[in-house]
Ligand binder design. Structure first.
Ligand code: TNX
Length: 506
């Protein structure tokens, strides 16, 4: 009953009992994985799972000649052997081992009794290298503790990339020491629009992460084999930055942090000083996030202010560009050069394809499969973030009591049917360019962790299966495994959407 489904899972007779005397040993290279597993298990058994004598009933973690992310787990009555190609593989195996335990093993403290593992042989490895989730902490801020909890939930599902959407019109969430007003001004707004149609909630909202908070988030995620890809969205989606530093914008009058949803009109100007400003911002961001991939946004760039701006028109003439689209592409390229020089790779939303793109850039395709197909054919690595398939902010049924009737219905079955490689690329060598996929928790209409739980689960479990497991789908089998998995989520305290209701906040 493992989610996501392993490549090969064979049930064998017998069981292994974990109690206070069970020992756990690990290859020194797997010390961190062992520490994680020890902490998770001992919380439940009340024991310590010390290394113990070689003769004792034992859980043994070792390295073997397997592909890096692969693992092999054998549970037998006299011991548990988890072998992996790397620490990441061992961590995935440890996640599987936990899922073999009863749901009560997911509680933070147990009755202290023994835990039973059924005997099995599992051989497993991921289908895609990039198994991501986007968390939009800009529209609604999520506390550090909530982000750490979300990371644990990602790890449970063997996801390995957290794409943190840190800035947008409605909020700037990352402390930048050189430009303190970004958070002093940019992280707070007077009130937000409720729903998509305009009613305001009258409640101030805000928050940001200090640099120490972000270092902690990155380290916490790294221990769970999750890399955090920061997104600083440019040159549109920047109203909060312009509110803090009006000289970054195109207007003569100051503006506030955004309070309404939808695509805003504000865009950065194309002065050298603005490019320098954001390179300085990225200097600090790169220091916080060691990820080889860094996202500069590039989506939904509004062009009207550039059309009205003499400075932008001058820039277009001076660079010999055709139009504002090429100007946007030039803008993004400034950051591609900057990141490439520093050994990082730029990730941007599929609009960055318009007007030309540097060859090493990675395209996060959100507009259905369109961008993914175009980017892969143009030789770019692609992450499929299709909004018609894996946007977890979309509503889950037509029912009137869903929290907010946002966009089309995307059920757990719809998400389960998602195929990261678009059909147009099947049989095409360009399909190799699809590194994987990312589901998206966009939070315009999601203002609490309870609500994130409701939107993300159990759809995130279905998504995890589409990126971890093979391309075949068996909905009945998934439903059976999901039923068992929901008991784990119950034990953790995840307020996922139940078919039967009631909604957690009603
Ligand atoms: C589109 S995904 C957006 C986001 C919104 C989302 C709402 C992307 C690159 N842009 O800014 O939050 O739709 O579903």
């Amino acid at each position: 009953m493992i989610v996501p489904k392993p490549l090969h899972h064979e049930v064998r007779p017998g069981r292994f009992v974990i109690d206070r005397d069970t020992a756990l040993t690990a290859d020194p290279a797997l010390g961190e994985v062992a520490a994680w597993l020890r902490a998770e298990l001992s919380a439940v058994t009340g024991g310590e799972l010390l290394p113990g004598d070689p003769g004792a009933a034992m859980i043994r973690l070792g390295l073997d000649d397997l592909p890096p992310d692969a693992y092999r787990l054998t549970v037998a009555p006299d011991g548990v052997a988890l072998d992996a190609g790397s620490a990441a593989g061992a961590f995935y195996g440890a996640q599987t081992l936990r899922q073999l335990l009863p749901p009560a093993a997911f509680r933070r403290a147990g009755a202290g009794g023994p835990l039973e593992l059924p005997a099995v042989h599992v051989e497993d490895r991921p289908r895609f290298a990039w198994r991501g989730a986007i968390l939009d902490v800009a529209r609604h801020f999520m506390t550090k503790a909530d982000v750490l909890r979300f990371i644990d939930l990602m790890a449970l599902h063997k996801l390995n990339v957290l794409h943190l959407h840190l800035t947008d019109d409605q909020g700037w969430r990352v402390e930048i020491k050189r430009y303190p007003r970004l958070t002093e001004i940019g992280s707070w707004r007077e009130e937000s629009q409720v729903g998509w149609l305009g009613e305001m909630d009258g409640r101030p909202h805000g928050g940001f992460y200090t640099q120490d908070d972000l270092r902690e988030i990155v380290a916490y995620a790294a221990r769970r084999h999750i890399s955090v890809v920061p997104e600083i969205d440019l040159p549109g989606h920047t109203q909060s930055a312009i509110a803090a530093y009006p000289e970054l914008g195109n207007l003569d009058t100051p503006i506030g942090v955004g309070t309404t949803w939808g695509v805003g009109h504000n865009v950065l100007n194309v002065e050298d000083s603005t490019i320098t400003f954001f390179k300085n911002v990225f200097d600090e961001v790169l220091d916080l996030f060691p990820s080889p991939y860094v996202c500069v946004g590039g989506d939904e760039c509004p062009k009207e202010q550039w059309r009205d701006s003499p400075a932008a028109r001058r820039r277009i003439a001076e660079l010999g560009l055709r139009d504002e689209e090429e100007l946007q592409s030039w803008f993004i390229r400034q950051f591609d050069d900057y990141l490439t020089e520093r050994g990082r790779r730029l990730v941007g939303w599929d609009e960055i394809l318009e007007g030309g793109l540097a060859p090493g850039a990675v395209v996060a395709s959100w507009r259905a499969d369109l961008g993914a197909v175009a980017a892969a054919r143009a030789g770019h690595d692609v992450i499929n973030c299709s909004n018609t398939a894996v946007y977890l902010d979309y509503r889950q049924s037509e029912r009137d009591d869903e929290p907010m009737p946002f966009r089309t219905v995307l059920t757990v079955e719809d998400v389960y049917a998602f195929e990261p490689v678009p059909p147009e690329l099947r049989g095409d060598p360009a399909a190799e360019r699809v590194l994987g996929a990312q589901c998206g928790v966009w939070t315009e209409l999601i203002d609490s962790t309870r609500h994130v739980d409701y939107m993300a689960f159990p759809r995130l479990a279905a998504f995890a299966e589409t990126v971890w497991s093979g391309p075949e789908r068996d909905l009945d089998d998934f439903r059976r495994r999901l039923a068992a998995h929901l008991e784990r989520l119950d034990a953790i305290g995840v307020e996922y959407r139940r078919e039967s209701g009631p909604l957690p906040w009603q």
